[in-house]
Design a protein around this ligand. Structure first.
Ligand code: PLP
Length: 369
C-alpha cells in the first residue's frame, strides 16, 4: 500500500492550534494591531527570554535580519565577511546587499557547517566578520569560531534560521556571537503564517541600531537619525508566533524522536550515510539530511512511492550562477562540492506519525533491492 508522506504538514499544526490562532488573528484585526502593538512587543520579550538574551528586534524576515544585523555592526563598503560555502543564499546575498564582499569558506564534510580549519586562511586585512550558519539545525563549531573571531577582532553573527533552541555544549545558539538572526518562515521550526524574522543580541547598542535601521532610521515617528529601510514583523505574524512559541520545545523534542528513529533504522543501509551530530551539539532537526551515492534515483523512487523529499541545497553557494563572476573553483570547496551531489532531505516535522516514518525507512530499505 502506498502512503502519502509530504515533506512537511503545516495544516496539521494549524488545526491543532486552530482555536488559539483564530482568536489572536481576530483580536489583531479587531484592534487594528497591524504594525507594532502589544503582540509584537510580547513576542519580542518572550523570544528574547526563551533564547536567554536581553534584546530581540523583530523584522520582516530572516533575510532582512541578516542584512540589518550587518548594518548594525557598521559594515562598510568592501568589508569582507566569511560565510559557509553551503547554505541558503540569504547568508551570502545579504553581505553583498549590505555593501560587503562575500568570502566563502568550505563546510565540514559530516556536519555541513562552516569548517573552522579553513576560516583563518580566508582572513585578510579587510575581514570584519564571520557568519556561521547552524545548518539544518546542527550548531556550528562555535567554540573554535569565537576563538578565531576574538584573535582577529572580528564580529560574529550567527545565522540561526534553521536552529531555534539548538545548543552547543549546553549553551543555546544565538548567544555566542555579537548578534544572531532567526527566520520564522512558515516551514521553519517556529513558523509564522507569512514572512517574519528577528535579530537577538545582548548588546543594547546593536539592538538599537538594528531597530532604528529597520524602522526608517528612527525609533520615534518622524525622528530619522539615519536613512534606514522598512522591515517590520507585522502584528498578525507576531500574534501567531506568540501562540506557537510555548509549543516550540515540545515540537523540538518530537523532531528529535523522528530523527532518532530514522538514524537507528537507516544507519546500516549500504550506500547511505545518516547525519552525524558532533559531540556536544544538540541538533534540532529542521532538516534530516542523509547522503546517498545514488541520490537522484533514490528521490525518484521515493516520490513514486508517495514520499516527498527535497535537496537543501542542490548547488553550493560558490557554484551558483549568482557567483559565477568570482570564478570560484570546486577544489577550494571540496566538501561543499561533494555534499551538494549526495544530500537528500527526508520528511520531518513534529506531527509526523510513526507509521509514516517507518514507511519512509522501509521504502529506502527496498530501494535497489
Ligand atoms: C540558513 C538560512 N538563512 C537565512 C534564511 C532567510 O530567512 P527568510 O526566508 O525568513 O528570509 C533562511 C530561510 O530559508 C535560511 O535557511
Amino acid at each position: 500500500m502506498t502512503l502519502k508522506v509530504s515533506f512537511n504538514d503545516l495544516k496539521k499544526q494549524y488545526l491543532d492550534l486552530k482555536k488559539e490562532i483564530d482568536f489572536v488573528i481576530k483580536d489583531t484585526i479587531k484592534n487594528s494591531f497591524f504594525i507594532r502593538g502589544p503582540y509584537v512587543e510580547k513576542f519580542e520579550q518572550d523570544f528574547a527570554k526563551i533564547i536567554g538574551v536581553n534584546h530581540c528586534v523583530s523584522v520582516g524576515n530572516g533575510t532582512d535580519a541578516l542584512y540589518i544585523a550587518m548594518k548594525a555592526m557598521g559594515l562598510q563598503t568592501g568589508d569582507e565577511v566569511i560565510v559557509p560555502a553551503h547554505s541558503w543564499i540569504s547568508t551570502s546575498e545579504t553581505v553583498t546587499q549590505a555593501s560587503g564582499k562575500v568570502i566563502f569558506c568550505d563546510t565540514d564534510k559530516d556536519t555541513f557547517t562552516i569548517d573552522p580549519k579553513h576560516i583563518e586562511k580566508n582572513i585578510t586585512s579587510r575581514t570584519v566578520g564571520i557568519i556561521p550558519v547552524h545548518l539544518y539545525g546542527q550548531p556550528a563549531d562555535m567554540e573554535s569560531i569565537i576563538k578565531i573571531a576574538k584573535k582577529h577582532n572580528l564580529w560574529v553573527i550567527e545565522d540561526c534560521a534553521q536552529a531555534h533552541l539548538a545548543n552547543y555544549k549546553g549553551k543555546i545558539v544565538g548567544t555566542f556571537g555579537d548578534a544572531a538572526t532567526f527566520s520564522f518562515y512558515p516551514g521553519k521550526n517556529l513558523g509564522a503564517m507569512g514572512d517574519a524574522g528577528a535579530i537577538v543580541t545582548n548588546n543594547i547598542k546593536i539592538a538599537d541600531k538594528a531597530a532604528m535601521y529597520a524602522r526608517h532610521g528612527g525609533l520615534k515617528k518622524g525622528d530619522h537619525q539615519i536613512e534606514g529601510i522598512n522591515s517590520r514583523m507585522d502584528g498578525i505574524q507576531a500574534a501567531i508566533l506568540s501562540v506557537k512559541l510555548p509549543y516550540l520545545l515540545r515540537w523540538t523534542n518530537k523532531r528529535q524522536k523522528v530523527a532518532e528513529i530514522y538514524s537507528n533504522q537507516l544507519k546500516e543501509i549500504k550506500d547511505l550515510k545518516v547525519p552525524k551530530v558532533a559531540i556536544g551539539r544538540k541538533h534540532v532537526w529542521h532538516l534530516y539530511v542523509i547522503k546517498h551515492d545514488d541520490r537522484d534515483e533514490l528521490a525518484k523512487y521515493l516520490l513514486n512511492n508517495g514520499i516527498q523529499t527535497a535537496i537543501n541545497y542542490p548547488i553550493a553557494l560558490p557554484f551558483l550562477p549568482a557567483y559565477k563572476k568570482y570564478k570560484l573553483r570546486a577544489e577550494d570547496f571540496p566538501n561543499a562540492y561533494l555534499n551538494q551531489s549526495q544530500i537528500i532531505s527526508l520528511p520531518i516535522y513534529p506531527e509526523m506519525e510513526k507509521k509514516k516514518v517507518n514507511y519512509v525507512v522501509n521504502k529506502i530499505r527496498e530501494f535497489k533491492k
